[in-house]
Write a protein that binds this ligand. Structure first.
Ligand SMILES: NC(=O)c1ccc[n+]([C@@H]2O[C@H](COP(=O)([O-])OP(=O)(O)OC[C@H]3O[C@@H](n4cnc5c(N)ncnc54)[C@H](OP(=O)(O)O)[C@@H]3O)[C@@H](O)[C@H]2O)c1
Length: 226
């Protein structure tokens, strides 16, 4: 995400936990790094001061409301009018689209079953809390900021395929492949900063090179040619 932002000439201020600072070594001369937890309100207040936009990774880990605390701090301290883009989703549910904005998403039995069984189990084991990301996103949806919540599919490593395609609702056939390159998820987040059509949207994304995205593109092209 940092690389995509620098590629587009953005000045970058990054927040990451103290123990993770080393992973940003390659960028340390080109960005400002603020070590700290993203749910630390003072850290976020300092980091977002003067920023035109904030890219926020809503992390599902832990059971102490990390995602909710992170989202709230960003909503409270981002400067008025700033563009806010949040990520959400969860690998362990084999589909990261569990957040719904308007209840119009159609989920597979696999996702529903996984949420029912794994959700309480992960919470019991104090590993993760699916409800935390849901709550965080509800706060974002209810805010009067210029937000976008990007809902990720399953992720894979690998070279960029290009900007993912998106749909407003899970269940749309274009999303069927349920796979996005991690680097392209980041690309979508950064590109969203300059795409006002995504303000107040919760796009569910899928890689543009996946079979379902390609089939959709071919169908649209066919319709255009008729
Ligand atoms: N993985 C998937 O398949 C998948 C699918 C759909 C959507 N998503 C979404 O994509 C985004 C990134 O996912 P990811 O899989 O890259 O996440 P990740 O590997 O779990 O890590 C993302 C960041 O979370 C922080 N983190 C990790 N463990 C933490 C903990 N125990 N407590 C607090 N912070 C912790 C780390 O930040 P530091 O820099 O501070 O170390 C890390 O950079 C998330 O919003 C996720 O919901 C992921």
């Amino acid at each position: 995400m940092v690389q995509h932002a620098l590629d587009r000439d953005h000045e970058v201020v990054g927040v990451c936990r103290e123990k993770s600072v080393g992973k940003l070594d390659a960028f340390k001369d080109r960005i400002i790094i603020i070590p700290g937890k993203t749910n630390d309100r003072e850290v976020i207040k300092r980091a977002v001061a003067g920023c035109d936009a904030v890219l926020t990774v809503l992390v599902p880990w832990g059971v102490r409301g990390y995602a909710t605390g992170t989202a709230q701090a960003v909503l409270d301290y981002a400067q008025p009018g700033a563009r806010l883009v949040f990520s959400c989703g969860w690998l362990v549910f084999s589909c990261g689209w569990h957040i719904t904005r308007d209840g119009q998403d159609l989920y597979s039995w696999r996702l529903r079953a996984a949420a029912k069984v794994l959700g309480p189990l992960m919470r019991l084991l104090r590993v993760a809390d699916i409800g935390d990301q849901v709550k965080a996103c509800r706060r974002v949806f209810a805010s009067d900021t210029r937000w976008t919540v990007v809902r990720g599919s399953d992720l894979e490593e690998g070279e960029s395929q290009g900007l993912p395609v998106w749909s407003r609702h899970v269940g749309d056939p274009v999303l069927e492949s349920n796979l996005t390159r991690r680097v392209d998820f980041a690309l979508f987040m950064v590109a969203a900063l300059e795409d006002d059509a995504l303000v107040h949207e919760a796009p569910a994304i899928v890689g543009c090179g996946t079979p379902s995205a390609l089939a959709h593109a071919a169908a649209s092209e066919g319709a255009g040619n008729r």
